[in-house]
Design a protein around this ligand. Structure first.
Ligand SMILES: Nc1ncnc2c1ncn2[C@@H]1O[C@H](COP(=O)(O)OP(=O)(O)O)[C@@H](O)[C@H]1O
Ligand SMILES: [Mg+2]
Length: 234
């Protein structure tokens, strides 16, 4: 095994006790489907290429039914993130329990970038790699209408994942990148299996803030960080 493969292995650490008390989480709007749950991202001060993501777990064993954790477990278990660049790299996860029994799940993962950090040139590079892009889309991107381009990306992915079929994509775009196509099939498999075995209420949640960017050797790679939500989480 090569050194970098060793370093990229995933480790699930045992639950750790915290002698203090976690601050109670902020409740979000119920409309977002995330009431009573929070996530927070902090830089890993020891390794700037990584972040720590903290998720509050409001009830016992919610992680078994929370599509975010089902997603993480699936990606790690199937090693999809080693074969397909559209999946995030996760390194360590650990549950931390405070003196009142409140639990927070800490996940160490690669640090990613926001879409808004990309130049138009980078957006074009990214979209033309993924799609046989219609000229109107490129024009939109060139004119700085990143919003349209990104929404299209989200919508296409969603339609594809639901139908599992390229023919149903928007007429302006067609997926060119085989890895993207593969990723949409995998999302579709996950969605169906989560609904079948865990909950009836998992839905796709593909939009700009749930897709981030990996920048590696000047290459722009979209990464699907949080593709599902579950109305019934609480
Ligand atoms: N790996 C990461 N690197 C940098 N920022 C991140 C990373 N993962 C998440 N974030 C930031 O945190 C936000 C929320 O993350 P997300 O996984 O979508 O959780 P949730 O929507 O459940 O709060 C993202 O929109 C992004 O701004
Ligand atoms: Mg999200």
């Amino acid at each position: 095994m090569k050194l970098h493969e060793l370093l990229e292995d995933y480790e699930k650490k045992p639950t750790k006790k915290y002698s203090g008390r976690f601050k109670k989480p902020q409740h979000r709007s119920p409309v977002s489907g995330e009431k009573g749950k929070f996530s927070r991202v902090k830089a890993d001060v020891k390794d700037f290429s990584r972040v720590h993501k903290y998720n509050y777990i409001p009830v016992q064993d919610l992680h078994k039914y929370d599509p975010y954790w089902l997603y993480v477990d699936y990606v790690v278990g199937s090693e999809l993130n080693k074969q397909n660049p559209y999946f995030p790299k996760f390194y360590v996860s650990q549950t931390i329990e405070d003196k009142d029994g409140l639990k927070v799940r800490k996940l160490t993962m690669e640090r990613l970038h926001d879409w808004s950090e990309l130049t138009n040139q980078e957006l074009i590079q990214c979209f033309t790699k993924m799609y046989n892009v219609g000229s109107n889309l490129v024009q939109d991107v060139v004119r700085g209408n990143e919003h349209i381009a990104i929404e299209l990306f989200g919508i296409d992915l969603e339609v594809l994942a639901e139908s599992g079929n390229t023919r149903h994509t928007n007429t302006t775009t067609e997926i060119k990148d085989k890895k993207l196509l593969e990723a949409t099939y995998e999302l579709s498999i996950m969605l169906h299996s989560f609904n079948r075995y865990y909950t009836e209420q998992t839905n796709l949640d593909i939009h700009t803030s749930n897709i981030m960017i990996r920048k590696e050797n000047n290459r722009i790679q979209p990464v699907i960080i949080d593709p599902f939500f579950n109305k019934g989480s609480l």
